[in-house]
Design a protein around this ligand. Structure first.
Ligand SMILES: *Cc1c(COP(=O)(O)O)cnc(C)c1O
Length: 406
């Protein structure tokens, strides 16, 4: 049985939506709780995780990275820790997002919905959704801010190759927020045949619980893997936090293990100034955004603040309700890492291990390096390597071209 069936995490989460969305969300909630415990649904989900996504993926001991930290450690003789990487970057389509897209698309099929809609900013969730829809023969509509469609031309083309229809949204600021509004309008009109596939552990109930359940495969695997490799639980779990889905996926199966310290890493961006970062938990206040309560970055009028991160997938002015709760009760700690430090970690992991991480994941790697320097060698850290960096290579090349600080 799943915890948080009512969608509340302390004071966070819930469902703050207009009346016209109550009916479809209720239907979704009932279907999700029905199928998630259905052995036939689980069999189908596990089949696609294994045969299509390529699970389970390795929990890799990053020996070179670990010893490079050791050699630069300040306290001589100690420092270093054993750093393990949970290799979500090896999944089909290159990140953890496919776990959730497959789960929700299978649910859509069970619910008899033949049409799937989603919104996307950087395009990664759009690509994962379009992939799952191609696989299951579902019609796929992706709403995307017109500005984002220009910034992410290749991802638009990818989605189109996969058979999705990408609709550029020209209203408002023509970015993610406006794409969300358009998708919600569509959902309200068409929910009898349409499934809204949300990409992170955010939004109104039941999305945060549902996305967590589909992503928890990460933590369940990691838990078994570390027990079989090391014979004990890890000391630390680290993951980058945008909306919070890869992080909660790793963290959740360890929440009751009190000895395991949990740290979420937010995008510290360029500076602490409003608009220069997206560190909702570290720097935000409690508020309501997109239908749920969480720590959020808002201006004086209660509107979402502009946000920035070198990693487009982390730039969101809210965060999952479960993370907000863990911060309040002290079960997890949340820290931030700057663009520059994420970039350094991006290069370091590439050079030491031959693994180019997503810029999002590089935030968690950067904090692991800082943390490991302060720890005895026998401590174990697991980093969720949420995605691979192929998508970021061109951006990083442009940033580093002048300085050659690679
Ligand atoms: C989208 C994305 C993230 C951030 O989303 P979460 O919901 O916080 O996991 C992190 N890493 C990668 C590779 C992503 O694509």
């Amino acid at each position: 049985m799943i915890k948080n069936q009512n969608g509340l995490f302390g004071q966070f989460g819930g469902s703050y939506v207009p009346d016209f969305l109550q009916t479809p969300l209720k239907e979704l909630e009932e279907s999700f709780f029905k199928y998630i415990d259905d052995p036939d649904f689980q069999r189908e989900l596990q089949y696609y995780f294994k045969e299509y996504v390529g699970r389970e993926n390795p929990l890799y001991y990053a020996k070179n990275l670990s010893s490079s930290v050791e050699s630069t450690s300040t306290s001589s003789g100690s420092g270093g820790a054993k750093i393990y990487l949970k290799r979500e970057d090896l999944n089909h389509t290159g990140a953890h997002k496919i776990n959730n897209a497959i789960g929700q698309a299978l649910l859509a099929k069970r619910m008899g919905k033949k049409r799937v809609i989603a919104e996307t900013g950087a395009g990664q969730h759009g690509v994962a959704t379009a992939t799952a829809c191609a696989l299951f023969g579902l019609e796929c509509i992706i709403y995307m801010g017109a500005i984002d469609t220009k910034r992410q031309e290749l991802n638009v083309f990818r989605m189109e190759l996969l058979g999705a229809k990408v609709i550029p949204v020209n209203t408002g600021t023509a970015t993610l927020k406006d794409a969300v509004d358009e998708a919600l309008n569509d959902y309200a009109k068409n929910y009898s045949n349409t499934f809204y596939l949300l990409g992170s552990a955010v939004g109104p109930h039941p999305y945060p619980v549902m996305v967590r359940e589909f992503q928890s495969v990460i933590g369940r695997e990691a838990r078994q893997q570390i027990l079989s490799i090391e014979g004990r639980l890890p000391d630390y779990l680290l993951a980058a936090v945008g909306g919070g889905s890869n992080a909660i996926g790793l963290f959740h199966p360890f929440v009751d293990d009190e000895s395991v310290k949990i740290i979420g890493v937010e995008p510290g961006g360029k500076s602490d100034k409003e608009g220069d970062h997206a560190a909702s938990l570290c720097k935000g206040e409690v508020g309501i955004i997109h239908g749920f309560k969480c720590y959020t970055l808002q201006n004086a009028n209660g509107e979402p603040s502009p946000v920035h991160s070198i990693a487009a997938g982390l730039a969101y002015p809210g965060v999952g309700p479960e993370h907000s709760y863990y911060k309040d009760i002290g079960r997890a700690e949340y820290v931030s890492v700057s663009d520059q430090d994420a970039l350094k970690a991006f290069s370091l992991l590439s050079k030491t291990e031959g693994i180019i991480p997503a810029l999002e994941s590089a935030h968690a790697v950067a904090y692991a390096i800082t943390l490991a320097k302060t720890l005895p060698k026998d401590k174990i850290i697991i980093i969720n390597l949420s995605g691979r960096g192929d998508k970021d290579v061109q951006q990083v090349e442009e940033m580093l071209r002048d300085t050659k600080k690679i």
